[in-house]
Write a new protein. Structure first.
Length: 211
């Protein structure tokens, strides 16, 4: 599935919440989109995920107008103020909630299986902030991708949790290689670093400098 934002905009002029923006994500590699001013990373994520109406432009899915938007097919991952787990909630509780979103069994055994598969079982009772950045992203993206009908992910500002960008980007490349579309909303510095270090020829096309 390819999701295309075609000239979408919210507001006008330099104070626009989202200046006119065009990008596409999906296929076998992540798309990097730069947004780092005020609320724009969150706004772009909401628009790409079909959670916010735009003043202009359109959203396409596989080249066709998305009548109801991509909301059902696109999951937001760790988006601040929208889908970001609380740092103080135990890791076990976060996994239980995510399994619920995925309509999967969410009892103690099911939670423990997920944590064990990710090497996080010893941290089950710890607050979510104790999870290392790359492990956090791997856990949240895996669970989000398992939701019924989800075919793409929008990952918002993963750099804010620290860690090595190359490590969490490798996780996202793995998700994309499974056929799940991935849009990464990040800063120009991080996007430039990842573009420079990526070996594939796709990088130049998948780096979208917006504002």
């Amino acid at each position: 599935m390819i999701v295309t934002l075609d000239g979408v905009r919210i507001g006008n002029g330099t104070a626009a919440e989202l200046p006119e923006t065009s990008l596409a994500f999906g296929g076998g590699t992540p798309t990097l989109a730069v947004a780092e001013t005020g609320r724009r990373p969150v706004v772009l994520s909401l628009v790409a995920g079909g959670r916010m109406r735009v003043d202009a432009g359109r959203i396409l899915i596989d080249g066709e107008p998305a009548r109801s938007g991509p909301r059902r097919a696109v999951a937001l991952v760790d988006t601040p103020t929208v889908g970001e787990p609380s740092d103080d909630v135990p890791l076990r509780a976060v996994v239980r909630e995510e399994l619920g979103f995925a309509r999967r069994r969410a009892g103690r055994r099911a939670v423990n299986r997920v944590l064990d598969a990710h090497g996080l079982l010893p941290l089950a009772r710890f607050p979510f902030r104790a999870v290392p950045p790359t492990a956090r992203l791997r856990l949240l993206t895996d669970l989000a991708a398992s939701r019924p009908g989800v075919r793409a992910l929008v990952v918002t500002s993963p750099e804010r949790h620290g860690g090595a960008p190359e490590e969490w980007y490798e996780v996202l490349c793995g998700i994309a290689a499974r056929g799940v579309g991935v849009l990464v909303v990040t800063t120009s510095a991080i996007a430039g670093l990842l573009a420079a270090e990526s070996a594939g020829p796709h990088t130049a096309n998948d780096l979208v400098p917006l504002f």
